[in-house]
Design a protein around this ligand. Structure first.
Ligand code: GLC
Length: 542
């Protein structure tokens, strides 16, 4: 594993910027969702002070870096992904001094810090958008967003047929300063999230300075929100069909994954390189294929992209093997490290999603951590938290729940605040009630209850990250060697390391033990040649 050298020390980790030795190539990156991680001031909402207090927990867990979801000034129409000021901390999370202290403390513990950047859209309360509205049609400030007259005799229809990711049309009509109905503006997400117009030089300049602002503060990189969305097809052409969201991630759309977006990343890469080459850009890019994702990771663009194709695979040996091969094959020509992810703040937690409870979740995690490249862990998965599926409607906050006709609120159930202690009003999350209610029974899932229990999910993650860190053949790499295996079992070798994952529910007898067992996802059972159902075992032949 690469020795840590966070960004506050100015020396790169070794080698030329972007060279094979980059720290991100084998990093385990832990996603903190600030409002749900830890509440330092007891108001029921997580904050930077809470995160700062819990950094030693993350260092002890054994992760290499922390990615923080947005904590910027925001009216919170989309939980902070609607930013009204990119250089200000929202008061509910703290202030700039807290962010500085957090970065400093993290670096002191050997943890790197990646912050979220939301460049596709701002909040409708951003000063630019508010002024653009006030000044009315013809104002140059309107060029910074996508304002258009409506279609129809009185401009009463949206300018094109694009649909919002959260449901309904991607356009909202404005009122003119005199109160008459006015132009429409584009928002691929909620109406409170107007899309920037990236053809406008002022937008490009603004984000260059935002990048520098956070780089100067010492961050080690950016997770780029909707990285596939900033450039729209020229003329904003109609799609000519409904159900556009079904095509998300399977087809290039006039508003997603347009080739012009890569120019922005070449520009940003040059800025990252100015800061020493070990600062990274991570794309949240929903693309139709691993090959399209690889385009974001060409040597002069970004460093990593989330592997949503892996996240989308069922717990099925055939599907998993296909997506693993496709991911590795796609990254090889551009020389980028592959990433792996099972859970994040937008999807059903993998303990629930994979349909096999904790055993399957443990097996899936050990498989992921054995693969070559970097892995993303979402807060709470190390506690084995399930999706909370019975939140009452009145506590839900996800805009996709409110805005989409009849669509279920998909994302609040993975955002429920973490249980830290077995007792206390919010299981040690903070003082009083948490912003989303934690289910009864989460005492047993708390950090306190699991610490020191060899059968717990938390201790399994700690052991797995330790082995991954220490084993010379785990972590970075671009290939696996598949071994013959019974139906439903994945078996691969990486040097002296072997991983076997049984994706079926039935025990399978391996022809022979592939080596000495290092770790099993069935924490209580010793690994012989009998591989229980929904189980992953790590072996070494050295
Ligand atoms: C990304 C975020 C998601 C947010 C959306 C709009 O997909 O992960 O949480 O709602 O962008 O910013």
């Amino acid at each position: 594993m690469t020795q840590l050298s966070p960004a506050t020390t100015t020396t790169p980790t070794g080698g030329a910027p972007g060279a094979e030795t980059g720290w991100w190539r084998d990093a385990v990156i832990y996603q903190v969702y600030p409002r749900s991680f830890a509440d330092g001031n007891g108001d029921g909402m997580g904050d930077l002070a809470g995160i700062r207090q819990r950094l030693p927990y993350l260092a002890e867990l054994g992760v290499d870096a922390v990615w923080l979801s947005p904590f910027y000034a925001s009216p919170q129409a989309d939980a902070g992904y609607d930013v009204s000021d990119y250089r200000v901390i929202d008061p509910m999370f703290g202030e700039l001094a807290d962010a500085e202290a957090l970065i400093r403390d993290a670096h002191g513990l050997g943890l790197r810090v990646i912050v979220d950047l939301v460049p596709n859209h701002s909040s409708d309360q951003h000063a630019w958008f508010r002024r653009a509205l006030c000044e009315g049609p013809g104002s140059p400030l309107r060029d910074r967003y996508h304002f258009r007259p409506g279609k129809g005799a009185h401009g009463e229809e949206p300018p094109n047929d694009w649909e919002s990711v959260f449901g309904g049309p991607a356009w909202t009509r404005t009122s003119n300063p005199d109160g008459t109905p006015g132009e429409w503006y584009l928002h691929l997400f909620a109406p409170e999230q107007p899309d920037f117009n990236w053809e406008c030089p002022a937008v490009r300049d603004e984000f260059r300075t935002v990048l520098r602002f956070w780089l100067d503060m010492g961050v080690d990189g950016f997770r780029i929100d909707v990285a596939h969305g900033m450039v729209k097809a020229e003329g904003l052409p109609d799609m000519g069909r409904g159900g556009q969201l079904e095509l998300l991630g399977s087809q290039v759309l006039p508003f997603f994954d347009q080739d012009g977006v890569h120019e922005i990343y070449r520009d940003w890469r040059a800025i990252l390189e100015e800061y020493g080459g070990d600062r990274i850009g991570v794309a949240e890019a929903w693309t139709p294929s691993a090959d399209r994702t690889a385009l974001y990771l060409r040597p002069d663009e970004l460093h990593q992209a989330f592997n949503f194709h892996y996240l989308g695979a069922d717990w099925d040996a055939g599907q998993l093997r296909r997506v693993i091969d496709e991911s590795l094959d796609a990254m090889r020509p551009v020389g980028a490290a592959t990433t792996w992810v099972l859970s994040n703040h937008d999807v059903v937690r993998h303990r629930t999603r994979l349909g096999g409870g904790l055993d399957r979740a443990h097996a899936a995690t050990l498989l992921m951590l054995a693969l070559p490249g970097s892995a993303y862990v979402y807060q709470g998965e190390e506690l084995g938290l399930p999706e909370v599926e019975d939140l009452p409607d009145e506590v839900r906050q996800d805009p996709s729940f409110f805005k989409a006709d009849g669509q279920k609120g998909l994302r609040d159930g993975c955002r429920v605040p973490l249980p830290w202690t077995a007792g206390g009003a919010s299981y040690g999350f903070g003082g009083g009630g948490a912003w989303l209610p934690q289910p009864r029974g989460w005492a047993d899932l708390s950090v306190e209850a699991q610490t020191g229990d060899p059968e717990s999910t938390l201790e399994l993650y700690r052991r797995a990250l330790r082995v991954r860190h220490d084993h010379p053949d785990l972590g970075a790499g671009d290939a696996v060697q598949w071994l013959p295996a019974p139906e439903g079992v994945l078996a691969f070798r990486r040097g002296s390391f072997v991983c076997t994952a049984n994706t079926t529910e039935d025990a399978v007898d391996l022809p022979a033990a592939p080596g000495r067992a290092l770790l099993s996802s069935r924490t209580t059972e010793s690994a012989g040649t009998l591989l229980p159902g929904d189980t992953t075992v790590w072996w070494t032949t050295s």
